[in-house]
Structure formats: structure tokens, C-alpha cells
Design a protein around this ligand. Structure first.
Ligand code: GLY
Length: 376
């Protein structure tokens, strides 16, 4: 299948499509790309994502951003391309922040959230707290395509997915996510039935101690994937999908499925999405804010940094600040505008994924603070 390009073929196809020079073993791919990859006449296509969008391959040859870029520049619908990309990460058991094998809630149940927005069609769909389906982004797309609603949750969302023919599984845990949940239980149980405030902090501290011990990737505690793209016609779409906060109270929904928070798209203006502490983002509906700032002419980088500044200013709870008064949590925004300019911005240093005609790569985010709390 054309999607299964190795890196050399992928780069060769991209380069050949731009220069118009055919490469013998990619000739058919080049032919397929040539009519749609008219970089000169429109926007230079780009796909951006959280860093897991250029890490996981689910045993295949390509990452999320590479597949999405390839499909999009082959002329496929932008949202179809982005969702096919995030499906790789949702299905990969090694990413513990998304879909199958995502870290479960406090009861050990994997509950997933997802949203998608189609810029040109001005349609959106989302699901929250859905259990038993590995690819919630595809269910969110069905909500968008087939209902008059924007968000289905819990059992209703699962029943809807069942009616749409999705396979419902009893348990989306993998041996790894179950083992990590058991470890969290072991660390929290002695204090598990304290008063709610103490229990909340005990759970958070146990989770952070697992991050400190290297058991969980820091980025996967609130881990998620957001992926946004613009094609050469300037059509913009986005998708966000997640297993949410690790060990969350059952029923907790973060920012990912909420339009304007975990994702916002307005065609021709831009797309923005997020990963990281959902509660901080929900409070300010920052993806909407970023798109509005881009509408006013701000570059995606400046818009993202402004949203992060607002989050930092709104963070007044002592438990959420470090000794310097800075937020003690990560939030990352991914944004692109109608000109094809893009940026990843974050509270603290990290990477984000990009795929252009040059191929996929991980780039540094622009940051509000230069170092993680507790590090100089
Ligand atoms: N940003 C993902 C979450 O908070 O659920």
C-alpha cells in the first residue's frame, strides 16, 4: 500500500513531487502526488502534532504526521488524513496516553475522550468517557458526520459506537497499563480514604513520584495526541484524542473532547489543540483563544504563548504552583494558521511533531518558562 513508505521512499517522493523529478522506485507515488502538491500556487501543506505524533508507528513504517501528510497531499480529505494518523497512536500499545493501552482511571478502567473539527464543512464531533473502543477519534468523526450533536458521553457514546459497527472490548488495558495502575494503587492505598482534599493530593503525589521514578513519561501523565493540518487549498482540520489524566476519578473529562479547549478549528483562520493539564486549559478555553488571536493577526507562536500566560496568571491555587510561583504542570499548544505558519508552545521545554514536504521531524516548542519546576 502506498502508505507503507520507508523513510527513504517518503523523502524521495516528497522531494520528487516538489522538484518534478521522477524517482524510479517511487514513480507511481510521485504521479499520484503531482496534481495535488502544487506548493507554488497555494499554501505549503503541513501537519503538526504532539511529539507522540512522530514517535509511535504501531509496528508499521510511518508515524502519525507522516501518514497524515502523505494522505493529505495525495488529495484525501484533511480530517480523514489526520484521523488516520492519530489512529496509529491510538492503536499502539506502547503509547500509554491515548486509546488502547492508555493509562486507566482510578478504578483501573480506560476511559477515552476525543474531538474533531472539519474547517471547510464547519462541523464538529466529540465523545467523552467512552470505554471499550480503541479509536475514539473515529467515533467522534461519526458523531460529526451522522448526528446533529457535538458531544456524546459514557454509555450513550458506547451504544452509539456499537450501532455504528465499532467493536466494543471489555478492557482496553494492556499488561503495561495494568501493571502501572497496580503500582499506583500500591502507592495510594494506604491513604486512599482520607478526606477528599488529602486524597486528591495523595493521588497526585503518588502519580508524580511514579514520574520521578521513571515509570511514566512525564508527558504521558496528562498525555494526549492532538494533530492539525492544512492542505494546499488552505483547508484546515484538527483532531484530539486521549485516555486523559492517569488515575482520574471515574467520569472525569478533560479538555480533549471539549470544542474550544482541547481543539478548535476555523477554516482559513487556523487550528489549535492541546495536550497537558486539561483543567488549566478548560478554564480558559485556550484553543478558541489561540484561534481568535490568530484571526487578529498573531503568529501561532505568539498566540500560544499568550494563552499560556493567561493560564499561568489564572493559576493561583498553591498546590498548582512551585516555590517560584510558576505553574507546576505542563500544557502544550499546537497551532497553525491559514498561511501555513505553525508553532508548538508550552509552559516548559518539550518537543512537538511536524511533517512538511521535507518529511517528519520533532522540533523544540517555544516556552513560557525556560526550565521545569525544580530544575534550573
Ligand atoms: N489534556 C488531556 C486531559 O487533560 O485529559
Amino acid at each position: 500500500m502506498a502508505n507503507k513508505l520507508n523513510r527513504r521512499e517518503f523523502m524521495a517522493a516528497g522531494a520528487a513531487a516538489i522538484t518534478g523529478v521522477a524517482v524510479s522506485d517511487t514513480a507511481s507515488i510521485v504521479k499520484a502526488q503531482a496534481p495535488t502538491l502544487a506548493l507554488q500556487r497555494g499554501v505549503a501543506p503541513v501537519v503538526i502534532a504532539s511529539s507522540n505524533g512522530h514517535r509511535y508507528k504501531n509496528g508499521g513504517d510511518v508515524t502519525c504526521v507522516e501518514l497524515a501528510f502523505k494522505m493529505m497531499t495525495d488529495g484525501k480529505d484533511v480530517l480523514d488524513s489526520l484521523i488516520a494518523g492519530v489512529n496509529i497512536v491510538e492503536l499502539d500499545p506502547d503509547d500509554t496516553s491515548v486509546g488502547f493501552g492508555g493509562l486507566p482511571n482510578a478504578d483501573g478502567v480506560v476511559q477515552l475522550d476525543s474531538s474533531c473539527m472539519h474547517g471547510p464543512k464547519k462541523r464538529a464531533g466529540a465523545v467523552a468517557c467512552i470505554e471499550g473502543i480503541r479509536t475514539p477519534s473515529l467515533v467522534a468523526q461519526k458523531v460529526m458526520d451522522l448526528t446533529d450533536h457535538h458531544l456524546l458521553v459514557g454509555k450513550g457514546a458506547q451504544n452509539f459506537a456499537k450501532m455504528m459497527g465499532f467493536k466494543i472490548e471489555d478492557d482496553l488495558n494492556t499488561p503495561r497499563s495494568r501493571r502501572l495502575w497496580m503500582e499506583w494503587k500500591r502507592r495510594t492505598d494506604p491513604e486512599h480514604w482520607l478526606d477528599p482534599e488529602k486524597r486528591l493530593m495523595a493521588g497526585f503525589k503518588a502519580g508524580m513520584s511514579m514520574v520521578a521514578d521513571g515509570l511514566i513519561d512525564r508527558e504521558h501523565y496528562f498525555g494526549t495526541i492532538n494533530c492539525d493540518g492544512i492542505n494546499s487549498k488552505g483547508e484546515i482540520c484538527g483532531v484530539t484524542t486521549t485516555s486523559g489524566l492517569a488515575w482520574k476519578i471515574p467520569g472525569r473529562v478533560g479538555d480533549s473532547p471539549i470544542l474550544g479547549a482541547g481543539l478548535y478549528v476555523e477554516d482559513k483562520i487556523g487550528a489549535a489543540g492541546s495536550t497537558g493539564r486539561g483543567e488549566a486549559n478548560l478554564y480558559g478555553l485556550c484553543s478558541f483563544l489561540i484561534v481568535e488571536l490568530m484571526r487578529q493577526g498573531k503568529h501561532p507562536k505568539d498566540a500560544g504563548l499568550e494563552a499560556l500566560r493567561r493560564i499561568a496568571n489564572n493559576t493561583i491555587d498553591k498546590r498548582l504552583r512551585d516555590e517560584k510561583g510558576q505553574p507546576n504542570f505542563q500544557v502544550i499548544f499546537y497551532a497553525l494558521n491559514g498561511k501555513g505558519e505553525y508553532a508548538g508552545t508550552s509552559m516548559f521545554p518539550t518537543k512537538y511533531a511536524v511533517c512538511t514536504e521535507k518529511g517528519g521531524e520533532l522540533l523544540d516548542t517555544a516556552t513560557l518558562f525556560s526550565a521545569w519546576p525544580g530544575r534550573s
